[in-house]
Design a protein around this ligand. Structure first.
Ligand code: B12
Ligand code: SF4
Ligand code: SF4
Length: 318
């Protein structure tokens, strides 16, 4: 796998395990997205249904000079990545520790900068636009039409070779690269398996490829910053205190082993969670909001704030 002057080694060093190319600016699954928001399945995630919704219809809405896209899969599990506490039953989603403990939006942005710089050495007047999660782009669909995988029943984009433990990071470009484009998409390889649907503790996967965001533990633990009712079934989960990987853990396409993350200079806050939840809660109670933000600055855990994290822990206790 090499791309213009980007060597395979260089891509591997920055955790890119696969890339794809497309010149198609509009999503193939827009109708499914439309139906999903019409049914209110986005719950409180208003950015999916307000004025930003229609921007997802075409990449030219976010980057008018769009001519092509390079879509990269940044994996986060192969070396060390999964946090499973020694003395605490809590679980934190594996992407949290997968990028040296840093917020992946920043981590990937830096790596895409490097990719963009290298491409600029070869391509005159190159302009790029980044899409890493937060932009109004249907990123799974973008990876789908770049030929990188299929939509699993859990709605995850799954690669036959790499499973689904990856973050999608994209460079939209103002020029075509003349690379071959896919004429067919990856077929569905889920077959008769229903492991993800069967194992979701909150029954959030309401149909094939359809997740009700208001029932999903990930929404509750990452996106809700104040006291709120937990989705039914959350207390019976396996103590997902930030994010949720259950429907990926059971997926046969993710059967490669995930190594445990030790507290290290890279991810020093792990120790904080390697304790009894009661002790963690006591410490959070004594902390100020500012101290919480300072402690978790630059990590994904900063997002919930102190109160959001306490809300999660409290609901798990009950
Ligand atoms: C909103 C959002 C969420 C919400 C809603 C999840 C969801 N399923 O939509 C919540 C907070 C719950 C969430 C959780 C997670 N998320 Co999220 N999230 C997003 C975000 C910002 C938008 C997703 C979106 O547009 N949803 C709208 C719905 C309608 O899309 P969808 O569920 O994928 O449905 C599509 C398919 O199912 C398909 N479809 C439906 N029916 C059919 C039928 C056929 C025949 C076909 C072909 C297709 C099809 O069409 C739909 C539209 O494209 C994207 C980033 C981005 N900008 O795209 C990240 C993103 C999807 N999330 C990501 C991750 C990693 C996660 C978590 C694993 C994090 C965690 N560990 O807690 C969980 C996984 C939960 C799950 N099973 O989906 C990654 C997924 C990578 C991958 N391999 O797929 C993304 C792409 C971020 C990134 N840049 O990498 N997320
Ligand atoms: S992330 Fe967890 S709660 Fe959400 S659909 Fe998957 S298993 Fe269910
Ligand atoms: S667990 Fe089974 S049904 Fe769900 S996404 Fe994986 S292969 Fe598909």
């Amino acid at each position: 796998m090499s791309l213009l002057n980007l060597s395979e080694d260089f891509l591997k060093q920055i955790q890119i395990v696969e890339w794809g190319y497309t010149e198609a600016s509009s999503p193939l699954t827009w109708n499914h997205f439309q139906e999903w928001t019409d049914k209110g399945l986005h719950g409180d995630l208003n950015y999916l249904s307000d004025h930003r919704k229609d921007l997802r219809r075409d990449l030219k809405e976010v980057f008018p000079e769009f001519k092509s896209a390079l879509v990269f899969l940044f994996e986060y599990t192969s070396e060390k990545k999964r946090l499973e506490q020694k003395n605490s039953p809590l679980k934190i989603a594996s992407y949290v520790t997968g990028f040296e403990g840093m917020d992946y939006h920043h981590w990937i942005r830096e790596k895409l900068d490097k990719v963009s710089d290298k491409l600029s050495e070869e391509l005159d007047e190159l302009k790029t636009f980044y899409s890493i999660d937060a932009q109004p782009v249907l990123e799974r669909d973008l990876a789908y039409r770049a030929g990188l995988g299929w939509f699993g029943k859990n709605s995850m984009l799954i690669s036959k070779k790499h499973g689904s433990y990856f973050i999608i990071g994209t460079l939209l470009l103002n020029q075509k690269l003349g690379l071959p484009t896919k004429t067919t998409v990856e077929p569905d390889h889920c077959g008769t398996c229903t492991a993800c649907i069967d194992s979701c503790p909150t029954n959030a996967i309401i149909d094939n490829k359809i997740v009700d965001a208001s029932k999903c533990i990930s929404t509750y633990t990452i996106e809700m910053f104040k006291e709120a009712d937990a989705p039914k079934g959350y207390p019976t989960s396996s103590n997902e205190v930030f994010g949720c990987d259950i429907c990926q853990e059971v997926c046969p396409w993710n059967n490669k082993p995930i190594k445990r993350v030790e507290a290290s200079e890279e991810v020093d806050w792990i120790q904080f969670f390697e304790r009894n939840p009661k002790l963690i809660l006591d410490e959070l109670e004594l902390m100020s909001n500012r101290q919480y933000r300072k402690k978790f600055k630059g990590t994904p855990l900063e997002r919930t704030g102190r109160l959001g994290m306490m809300k999660n822990l409290n609901k798990l206790k009950s």
